[in-house]
Design a protein around this ligand. Structure first.
Ligand code: PMV
Length: 350
């Protein structure tokens, strides 16, 4: 029996507070603006991936996600496989005793413990886990920064899931994308009281994929140019300062404004893209009510390319935010009936 080489890893979801929206190079997934996110804890929303290879495997690479075979022939997945194999090949060429894993077919098995493609950043955790699992299998001496450059080619936001805590993605300027990588703004323990509650408004697959949506926004939105040239660069600086100073009021305000700005460019796309629905808007109202009664910003909403709300808050405000939020949303007509299922709030500790 031929030997089977195997490595496993998990990668957490990250939720952006300054959104990536727009590609200047769709092939390399190079963004039109820098972005910044918080990586959630590994304990809840995460992808678990095992990568294995063997000369005994069927000739072509394969990927199983939540038990279903996936197409690996797409350019994104192929780019990740190609880059990782090339790095392994360098090790094999440098030392002939190193087993020739780069020539063997790969079998990837991934499990998400949350809805796939529902605006819950499943592709971020998915590609981050895929890249790190193969890098572990190949015993590559690659840093998270180096792996982020590869994961970015699978899914842009995946580059940020290679780091924990507060993570930036520098848009870079090189045409080959070599400087479009993730960096850690601060580790999770710098500001450990940060919490997020995720309200799964809909577990259905999103209507417009992020790639399609981004391309349409770049091509047609009149708001887009000022977002990328002025608004986001200013907010990147404000957000990094807020994180360094653990200033939740600024963190929260910039988070909400940037989510609004991103969804405004979606509405400004022609034909328009609507990711938020009535339940999403009800969640925004609840956050506004919570902040109004606190007399300051203690809760901040943000939405990706789907209707699900992520609410950031500090542990000290658990009762006012998570407690009140659940109670208020539970009373709202339509909150439950819209989805025909229970409100699902996943609390994340960092
Ligand atoms: O990585 P993608 O192609 O799934 O794009 C993600 C885009 C947003 O989630 C909407 C924003 C972000 O920065 O994560």
């Amino acid at each position: 029996m031929a030997e089977i080489y195997r490595a496993s890893t998990t990668a957490p979801v990250n939720i952006a507070v300054i959104k990536y929206w727009g590609k200047r190079d769709p092939k390399l997934n190079l963004p039109t603006n820098s972005s910044l996110s918080v990586t959630l804890s590994q304990s809840d929303l995460r992808t678990h991936t095992t990568a294995s290879c063997s000369p005994s495997y069927p000739a072509s690479d394969s990927l199983l996600l939540n038990g279903s075979p996936q197409d690996v022939s797409g350019a994104r997945t192929q780019a990740c496989f190609r880059e990782l194999r090339a790095l392994r090949k360098q090790l094999e060429d440098a030392d002939l005793a190193v087993p020739k894993l780069s020539a063997m077919p790969l079998k990837i098995v991934s499990e998400n413990n949350f809805p796939t493609a529902a605006g819950l950043a499943s592709s971020a955790a998915g590609f981050a886990a895929l890249v790190r699992a193969i890098a572990n299998l190949y015993e590559l001496p690659a840093s998270p920064t180096a792996l982020s450059r590869i994961a970015r080619q699978g899914s842009g936001s995946a580059c940020r899931s290679l780091f924990g805590g507060y993570v930036g993605w520098e848009q870079g300027s090189a045409v080959d994308g070599s400087d479009s990588v993730a960096f850690q703004v601060a580790p999770a323990n710098h500001w450990p009281s940060m919490r997020a509650i995720i309200l799964v408004v809909s577990a259905a697959k999103k209507g417009v994929s992020s790639t399609t949506g981004m391309q349409a926004t770049v091509a047609t939105s009149s708001l887009f140019a000022s977002r990328t040239s002025e608004i986001v660069p200013r907010r990147m600086a404000e957000m990094q300062k807020a994180i360094q100073e653990k200033d939740f009021e600024t963190f929260g305000k910039v988070t909400m404004m940037d989510s609004n700005s991103f969804h405004a460019t979606c509405l400004d796309t022609y034909p328009p893209i609507f990711y938020l629905n009535d339940v999403s808007r009800a969640a925004i109202k609840v956050v506004e009510e919570i902040n109004a009664s606190a007399g300051k910003i203690i809760a901040a909403y943000t939405f990706d390319a789907g209707p699900n709300a992520v609410i950031y808050y500090l542990e000290e405000n658990e009762v006012q935010v998570a407690g009140l939020f659940k109670a208020m949303m539970g009373e709202k007509e339509g909150w439950k009936s819209e989805r025909g299922e229970k409100v699902q709030g996943n609390e994340q500790a960092f």
